[in-house]
Write a protein that binds this ligand. Structure first.
Ligand code: SF4
Length: 441
């Protein structure tokens, strides 16, 4: 730890930054404003908790700007086993979350082009291109990203991360921890769990060396407990979508999921989701639906289309369609019961081997069917994401089987979660129009 870096950090983040962001949040809570052109005739006003979401995210990136030299920094893949790094005091940055933020701010083309001009193909995932573009150019809508001291990539989401993080390690000259998770076709074997657990235990030594301190197991268990609590609250919030009308839609979930991805294992995240749950329950008590005139309920599969959230919410809302559940947001809560803070390494190995992208396509289909039943859904939109091949593989078969076995309409919508150059609005609009007609709303 460097004294002048710490002083700069405390001054800019803990003193000035925190006070300014608190003030902004306080103002927004006192005078809630519905964004201009928000279709209040068809959608409920945005959740009040939005002011707190903004504060959390802004604070996180502000910390990132000033954290170097004060705390060690780790860049981690989403869904990576992160809790032992948090217990060691690492500031954790998720490049995919930053990529999502770039998507909502519509700066992906500008940043990803930096990577493409350096020779990275447009066939590579747009999150990876955005991150590599940011790495090469320093471009980011959050001011500045901290240089990593350590990288952690886990193959439980895809193999792209393996090559992407090698590029980062090479560029920044920092150690890369790779956690390899065997693919789970049906059930993970005890040998698979042991294999992941051993890798996790072995990585502690590298992380300790970078953090220059020893892992405190008591702290580690506390972080695991917070991670479990936050994930369970997130799951509860999503389950509230089983109500009719659904108090929040997946578009709300997409906006408010950043803390569960980026800040799980922290007390403030648990408090945040407890407050969100309370607000969602208030909506249920008052009979407020995310879509004012909910007539049909859908499932969303795959990542969001970050740059067209509002368009999709309004288009569907206009037809009385509420998208109430999603396999993507569900992935950040469904494994919560597997976390056992008393057996941190073993339960991390068990939990992190089972994300939806590390399971067979049949398992995803089963998850979808279960969600259709539990949430009483009338149809499915499967976003065929050009970037995310592991999520999109098998979707044609899944759509056909949902139609055949469940007799419900299912639409395959081609786009890219982050890169608007792979998105054709006219084509999306005409597909949606035909789908809405099929739903007979
Ligand atoms: S390919 Fe999919 S899972 Fe892999 S980094 Fe991109 S969006 Fe994430």
């Amino acid at each position: 730890m460097n004294l002048s870096a710490s002083l700069r950090y405390y001054w800019n983040v803990k003193l000035i930054g925190r006070a300014a962001l608190r003030w902004q949040r306080w103002q927004s809570e006192r005078h809630p404003r519905v964004p201009s052109k928000w279709r209040t005739d068809i959608l409920a006003p945005p959740l009040r908790i939005g002011a707190r979401t903004k504060e959390l995210i802004a604070m996180h990136y502000l910390e990132g700007r000033f954290v170097s030299g004060h705390r060690p920094v780790a860049w981690v893949t989403s869904g990576g086993p992160v809790e032992f790094l948090q217990a060691l005091g690492f500031y954790v940055l998720y490049p995919e979350n930053h990529g999502a933020l770039c998507g909502t701010r519509r700066v992906v083309v500008d940043i990803a082009s930096e990577a493409e001009n350096a020779g990275y193909s447009r066939d590579i995932c747009s999150y990876a291109r955005t991150d590599i573009g940011a790495m090469l150019s320093g471009k980011t809508p959050v001011g500045k990203l901290p240089k990593p001291d350590l990288l952690l990539a886990c193959t439980n989401i895809c193999q792209t991360v393996l090559y992407w993080y090698r590029v980062l390690a090479h560029h920044f000259h920092v150690p890369l921890i790779l956690i390899d998770t065997p693919f789970v076709y049906t059930e993970a074997s005890e040998h698979d769990i042991e294999y992941v657990k051993k890798q996790l235990e072995d990585s502690v030594e590298v992380a300790e060396r970078v953090a220059r301190k020893k892992l405190d197991y008591r702290k580690f268990k506390e972080v695991m407990k917070l991670s479990k609590d936050a994930s369970e609250l997130w799951l509860e919030i999503m389950w509230r979508g089983k109500n009719r009308p659904a108090p929040i839609s997946v578009f709300d979930q997409f906006i408010h999921m950043a803390p569960i991805v980026e800040m799980r294992g922290e007390k403030k995240t648990v408090d945040f989701y407890a407050a969100m749950l309370k607000e969602v329950d208030e909506r249920i008590a008052k009979g407020i639906g995310a879509v004012r005139n909910e007539r049909k309920r859908l499932l969303w599969d795959n990542l969001p289309i970050w740059y067209r959230l509002r368009y999709l919410a309004e288009y569907l809302g206009e037809h009385g369609i509420s998208v109430v559940a999603s396999t993507y947001t569900n992935a950040w809560g469904e494994l919560a019961p597997m976390i056992d803070p008393e057996r941190p390494f073993e339960s991390m190995a068990r939990t992190y081997i089972y994300p939806i992208l590390n399971r067979g396509t049949g398992s995803k289909l089963e998850t979808m069917k279960k969600m259709i039943d539990e949430y009483q859904l009338d149809g499915v939109i499967l976003h065929s994401d050009r970037s995310c091949k592991p999520y999109s593989i098998g979707q044609v078969d899944q759509r056909n089987r949902l139609i055949k076995e469940y007799g419900i309409p299912a639409l395959l919508l081609e786009a890219d979660h982050d890169d608007p150059r792979a998105y054709a609005e006219e084509q999306v609009a005409s597909r949606l129009a035909a789908f809405v007609e099929m739903l007979e709303v």
